[in-house]
Design a protein around this ligand. Structure first.
Ligand code: HEC
Length: 167
């Protein structure tokens, strides 16, 4: 009996750890998997799309944060990953004119690896949509859409974001 309880507990713990990790989120159609731990990454910048009524946080992994803080962002170093997290914006109910995050919209990533992604400026692109984190794109060609819109930023390593200044 005791043994049964221990085994049941262990199986339960194993299931819980798989459930809580990103491994249950399906990869993007180009094979990129959701980076672990992105919810705890630090801020590079924020942005707002007035036309889409969205606010965004642009976050970086440790490599991206170190590069951003040191001003080494053109080009960004291999291993840098940026996440852009988007929420619908709403006006704060107690303070008109203050716009704050409402529903989660999507999270998307650019992953720097010059050898792996030579055709898209050295960046791998991936996006997951909605709270269910559904991979975006019918097939691997979805990256053409990402890269086409990021191409005008070629002189800035295909990146729109300029790291916000911290005092
Ligand atoms: C229609 C144009 C457009 C398309 C298509 C597009 N982006 Fe972007 N992207 C932007 C703009 C503009 C910004 C910066 C402003 C902002 O925060 O939205 C940006 C910013 C980003 C950032 C933050 C780093 C940076 O470059 O500033 C990531 C990550 C990102 N996009 C990923 C993607 C992915 C992945 C796709 C495809 C699934 C994609 N983008 C498609 C316009 C686009």
């Amino acid at each position: 009996m005791k043994r049964f309880i221990v085994v049941t507990l262990l199986v339960g713990l194993a299931a819980a750890s798989v459930w809580s990790s990103s491994s249950v989120v399906p990869p993007a159609p180009n094979g990129i998997t959701m980076p672990d731990g992105w919810r705890d990454w630090r801020v590079i910048a924020v942005s707002r799309r007035a036309d889409k009524h969205q606010v965004r946080a642009i976050l970086g992994n440790d490599v991206a944060i170190a590069a951003a803080r040191a001003g080494r962002t053109n080009p960004w170093p291999d291993g840098a990953i940026m996440a852009k997290v988007a929420w619908k914006e709403k006006e704060h109910e107690n303070f008109p004119g203050a716009f704050v995050p409402a529903d989660f919209v999507q999270v998307e990533f650019i992953v720097k690896n010059k050898a792996k992604y030579p055709d898209t400026g050295g960046w791998g692109f991936a996006r997951w949509v909605g709270l269910k984190l559904k991979p975006y794109g019918q097939d691997a060609h979805f990256v053409n859409e990402c890269f086409a819109c990021h191409t005008p930023m070629a002189a800035n390593d295909y990146v729109f974001t300029r790291p916000a200044r911290f005092p």
